[in-house]
Design a protein around this ligand. Structure first.
Ligand SMILES: NC(=O)c1ccc[n+]([C@@H]2O[C@H](COP(=O)([O-])OP(=O)(O)OC[C@H]3O[C@@H](n4cnc5c(N)ncnc54)[C@H](OP(=O)(O)O)[C@@H]3O)[C@@H](O)[C@H]2O)c1
Length: 225
């Protein structure tokens, strides 16, 4: 039975990933900042809910201590934030930018480091980090300075990680999950969280050693950098 860790799983794409992995029989550890309020997540059979604030290194260490040395086949760095509403050049919030860097960039890399031995112990570990098409230099769009820069940074550090872990039994990949109807994507987005999660799981299922460092779209296409 596969063991899967998913962050930010109390709503949106993370909740749907937890639902679909649990339905497939996987052993799912799913995190929320406020586990007691994560009622939709707790209602899923076979899901172990744990606390995690991905922007807080101590919280990442506490989660790692709780997981201990159990093997993890899949870690999905899903938790993410837009970085506040102030993202035009005239009203940029530096505090929001620092917070978003912690949540979108530094936290996911620290979680990768904290779960490296668990992924290795699987013998075929897969680390999937959710980034965005807005992170790609091939996606020209103005504004969204905080979100796009912190997602571009998380893409880059995971590309570096894939190179540094080339001799480890761990495949590292990046995912643009589509424009998804969630609190973040809004009601006019193109696909549902169910469609996005199904696509992401399909990509993860088919990852092989040679795919480490790749950047995917939810439908399995390679995303240009
Ligand atoms: N939706 C889209 O169109 C779209 C497009 C491209 C990329 N993405 C990426 O896909 C991922 C999931 O997005 P979504 O649409 O499902 O977003 P969402 O509905 O806004 O959900 C975001 C999730 O991240 C969690 N989160 C935020 N800050 C956190 C923190 N400091 N520590 C732990 N968890 C935190 C939230 O928990 P709380 O409830 O506690 O805030 C929530 O569970 C994100 O990385 C996002 O950037 C989404």
């Amino acid at each position: 039975m596969a063991s899967v860790l998913i962050t930010g799983a109390n709503r949106g794409i993370g909740l749907e990933l937890a639902r679909q992995y649990a339905a497939s029989g996987a052993n799912v550890i799913a995190t929320a900042r406020e586990p007691d309020a994560a009622t939709d997540l707790a209602a899923i059979n076979g899901v172990q809910v744990e606390a995690l604030d991905i922007g807080d290194p101590a919280s990442i260490e506490a989660l790692a201590a709780k997981i201990g040395d159990q093997p993890l086949d899949v870690v999905v760095n899903n938790a993410g934030a837009t970085g506040g509403g102030h993202q035009s050049l005239d009203d940029l919030s530096i505090e929001d930018w620092h917070d978003a860097l912690n949540v979108n960039t530094i936290g996911p890399l620290l979680l990768a480091r904290a779960t490296k031995s668990n992924l290795s112990a699987s013998g075929n570990g897969k680390l999937m980090t959710l980034t965005s098409q807005l992170a790609a230099s091939t996606w020209p769009m103005g504004g969204m300075y905080i979100y796009s820069s912190t997602k571009a940074a998380v893409s880059k550090v995971h590309q570096a990680l894939a190179i540094d872990w080339k001799d480890e039994p761990i495949t590292v990949a990046l995912m643009h999950p589509g424009w998804v109807k969630t609190d973040m994507g809004g009601p006019h987005a193109e696909i549902t969280a169910q469609e996005s999660a199904a696509g992401i799981i399909n990509v993860i299922d088919n990852l092989g050693d040679a795919d480490s460092g790749n950047f995917y779209k939810w439908n399995g296409d390679i995303h240009p950098w």
